[in-house]
Design a protein around this ligand. Structure first.
Ligand SMILES: Cc1ncc(COP(=O)(O)O)c(C=O)c1O
Length: 467
């Protein structure tokens, strides 16, 4: 620091916001907003259950569980206590040729929850690193098993898979990538499963649409050459674009295609795992076994940064004997304190029957949100479990979407802040068509569903008047 910036206000209510503006480089944030006088950085100081409070004492319903992370809600003393105990006992030791009890226990537990023979857990500190790890493993696996030219990956349009250069190459959002091109070569895109935007011929047949979308993967493999394609990456329910569940038969057909062409199927469950879709892993709920699962976020319920890649026995096999080594790792991967947080969180899942709670209440969540379909701006409500997207349109009949100008004015200029000011923290997103995204803590029930619906109703009604 070469000079001391002057706060724009005297120390007091906005002082922290001034410091944030002047020193904190926030992720994916348009900072000019805080310099042109139109906004202050919102500062969240406390959380309890499904609610958070800002530094002005205002309370908000956490409709996004932090960032798809806080499955069990805020302020869980048991998790904090487990972390403190671990820090006292052994604050850190790497999982590089050594192990420690919490990483071992957690790996065993995750292997137990994972489908099929996904028994081998490689820890990272987040989702992007897990995706990066999966792509590197896929490449090396084929190199050491006699198919060295298999290296490309297929993923879906608008899908977000993280920001490291490999994960960003897999990401299907051109605007998120443009500033950093060229990225890792060999990342091919295919259509996602946005049924609301399906071509007219498939609009009334979800299964046929799903099979059409799955066949696009086979087509891409054929086009690129099966001898060049290593993996397909997909989320069980795609977040970016606004919650695209897999149409019936889609995942099954993708599995068949991957088997047919000897391509590794990676389920990126960074968001979908740990109860979001009512199971520890969404692929369990959908009944399809991938070769790799990547996960993060809800693994610790947001109490510590941690991710994992969980690979099948077949993929680990070549590393079991001889000199083959996966020359890859992160210092913090499998951090003892994070592993202790994850174990404590997963214990609460079991003790409180959190998965069953989601299954018992997911129907009511959907029904409550579906009341909003009477609003002219609401085009589609889609999702699964405790994970929903509400697509906004200008015309319900033609499904006409907002243009760039309207998105800028209504979505970014009004909606995000208005929802927050009305007491709901969630996300208004236009990485695909404009959507409001909801992924609340898994502990909520009907009173909070009603609160979400009530706030959305009044703010979306106002948004419509601005169009
Ligand atoms: C599906 C998916 N994959 C990967 C990531 C990247 O995770 P992280 O931010 O922990 O690197 C995200 C983050 O939102 C995600 O949603």
């Amino acid at each position: 620091m070469t000079s001391t910036p002057q706060p724009i206000t005297e120390p007091g209510a906005d002082f922290m916001a001034d410091k944030a503006r002047d020193h904190l480089w926030m992720a994916f944030t348009r900072h000019s907003h805080y310099y042109d006088g139109s906004g202050h950085v919102p500062i969240i100081v406390r959380g309890e259950g499904a609610y958070i409070w800002d530094d002005q004492g205002n309370r908000y319903l956490d409709g996004l569980a932090g960032l798809f992370t806080n499955q069990l809600g805020h302020g869980r003393k048991e998790i904090g206590a487990a972390m403190a105990k671990q820090a006292e006992e052994l604050a850190f030791f790497p999982t590089w040729s050594y192990a420690h009890p919490r990483a071992i226990e957690l790996a065993e537990k995750l292997a137990g929850y994972a489908p099929g023979d996904l028994n081998r857990v490689f820890f990272t500190t987040g989702g992007g690193e897990a995706v990066e790890t999966a792509w590197k493993l896929a490449k090396q696996f084929f190199k050491i098993t006699g198919k060295p030219t298999k290296h490309k990956v297929i993923s879906r349009s608008i899908a977000y898979h993280g920001t490291p250069q490999g994960a960003l190459a897999i990401t299907g959002i051109p605007e998120a990538k443009a500033a950093f091109e060229p990225l890792v070569p060999g990342a091919i895109k295919v259509p996602n499963t946005n049924f609301y935007r399906a071509a007219e011929e498939y609009r009334h047949d979800e299964k046929a649409f799903g099979l059409w979308a799955a066949e696009r993967i086979a087509e891409a493999i054929e086009f690129e050459g099966a001898n060049t394609v290593a993996a397909v990456f997909l989320e069980p329910v795609q977040n970016s674009g606004g919650c695209f569940p897999p149409p019936p038969g889609y995942l099954e057909r993708v599995r068949e295609i991957c088997d047919e062409y000897d391509v590794i199927l990676v389920a990126d469950e960074t968001i979908c795992a740990f109860g979001r879709i009512g199971d520890m892993f969404a692929m369990n709920r959908f009944g399809v076994t991938p070769d790799i699962i990547t996960c993060a976020k809800g693994l610790t319920s947001g109490y510590a940064p941690m991710g994992a890649m969980i690979a099948s026995d077949r993929l680990f096999e070549p590393f079991k004997t001889g000199r083959n080594t996966f020359l890859h790792g992160f210092t913090w991967g499998g951090h003892p304190v994070a592993a202790a947080a994850a174990l404590a969180s997963l214990q609460i899942f079991e003790d409180e029957g959190v998965l069953q709670h989601v299954r018992d209440n997911e129907g009511a969540f959907r029904q409550t949100l579906e009341k909003l379909t009477d609003l002219p701006i609401v085009g589609d409500i889609r999702g699964a479990g405790y994970f929903y997207g509400i697509e906004l349109v200008k015309d319900k009949v033609t499904r006409e979407t907002l243009n760039d100008d309207e998105s800028e004015r209504v979505l970014r200029g009004f909606l995000s802040k208005a929802l927050f000011d009305a007491g709901l923290y969630c996300r208004a997103d236009d990485r695909g068509d404009p959507v409001v995204q909801l992924a609340p803590p898994l502990i909520i029930g009907q009173p909070e569903f009603d609160e979400i619906e009530g706030i959305l109703r009044s703010v979306l009604t106002e948004a419509w008047s601005l169009l």
